[in-house]
Write a protein that binds this ligand. Structure first.
Ligand code: CP
Length: 356
């Protein structure tokens, strides 16, 4: 089936097809050229590959609600050993919008054979016989990475939906895409501040940071001593020649000044990764007091700098993390990130599964 027939098949209810035709999505997927690849860290992708993923996502944007049948007959499996709303549902939405189907397991330790002690390695080999691509969330990043290395050619592409504390590349990709859409596509001109009391467990912020480093943006960390950026991320940032500085234990007022001094464009709040009832959560929420950004504060920054700073958050959020009144202001980007997540994940799935 040729491209035109495929597009027409997927176009039963689309009004925006004319915008699709001049840009050939098939050629774009060839240009991106990441078919069959696993995605563990965002810097597994070159700057060219990242840019091509964003271009593909922009081409797919008109279809993120209506759909376009490009992956008809393909199957996505989502296997999540940790809770999720956004990452699992948005990958599943993306696959359905592309005309594919899904197999989903959101409680593997209860209702899959992992409950009978089947190894992750064997589970992935088995799933590889059914599906065309796997999105996996798992608490132990070392174990997943070592299992993926052992699998070699016996596995379908495996995309991290979050491994342990350090990697959540598709969140990083959607954050990059949001920045690209909100501020234009020159990352060299961008400064992003990542602010959280716990940089050691901020896998979304750290994934965003690796992507920003890959694309040449400036990164300003604001965290607390003792909960600093993990070594694995630090070495990657150094390998990438990242332009970054880490500040610790700043007061609210000092952070506001830092935003002005560093000419920050985007403020990224990775949120609390500690589950309800687990040790460290109350301490995190308490420390958030110094990271509580308000509409008044953002207005003051705009008055002094003449610039509106966009606020991003990976969600879910907790009361006390930041002023929810930001929701109704020009600074809000965190719900826009959700809308951008579907075309971005459509782009990722399409490029990794490939169109033949
Ligand atoms: N941002 C994020 O990873 O959300 P979920 O945990 O709901 O997937």
């Amino acid at each position: 089936m040729n491209r035109k027939e495929l597009v027409n098949r997927g176009n039963r209810s689309m009004a925006l097809i004319s915008g699709f035709a001049p840009k050939d999505i098939f050629k774009q997927v060839e240009r991106t050229a990441i078919k069959g690849r696993h995605l563990t860290f965002i810097d597994d992708l070159t700057s060219k590959e990242l840019e091509n993923l964003f271009i593909t996502a922009e081409m797919l944007e008109p279809f993120w609600r209506s759909g376009v049948t490009l992956l008809n007959g393909k199957i996505l499996c989502t296997l999540f050993f940790q809770p999720s709303t956004r990452t699992r549902f948005s990958h599943e939405t993306a696959m359905i919008r592309l005309g594919g189907s899904i197999l989903t397991e959101s409680n593997p330790l209860i209702s899959s054979s992992a409950a009978k002690n089947e190894s992750l390695h064997d589970s992935i080999r088995v799933i590889s016989q059914y599906a065309d691509v796997l999105v996996l969330r798992h608490p132990d990043h070392d174990r997943v990475i070592s299992d993926i290395e052992k699998l070699n050619s016996n596995a379908i592409p495996i995309i991290s939906g979050g491994y342990g504390n350090v990697t959540h590349p598709t969140q990083g990709l959607l954050d990059m895409y949001t920045a690209w859409r909100a501020l234009g596509n020159d990352f060299h001109e961008m400064t992003v501040m990542i602010a959280t009391p716990d940089l050691s467990r901020a896998r979304s912020g750290q994934s965003f940071a690796l992507g920003l480093a890959r694309m040449g943006a400036r990164i300003v960390y604001s965290g607390t001593e003792g909960l600093r950026t993990p070594d694995v991320i630090r070495s990657k940032l150094d390998e990438l020649g990242a332009n970054y500085t880490e500040y610790n234990d700043l007061s609210k007022k000092q952070q506001e000044q830092l935003i002005l001094d560093e000419k920050v464009d985007l403020l990224y709040l990775p949120g609390c990764s500690v589950k309800k009832g687990e040790a460290g959560r109350d301490d995190f929420i308490k420390k958030m007091e110094e990271y509580y950004f308000t509409v008044d504060g953002l207005d003051r920054i705009r008055e002094k700098s003449g610039k509106s700073v966009g606020v991003m958050h990976s969600l879910p959020r907790n009361e006390g993390e930041f002023d929810f009144k930001i929701d109704d202001t020009e600074y809000e980007l965190y719900f826009k990130q959700i809308s951008f997540s579907v075309p971005l994940r459509m782009s990722l799935l399409l490029n990794v599964v490939g169109v033949s």
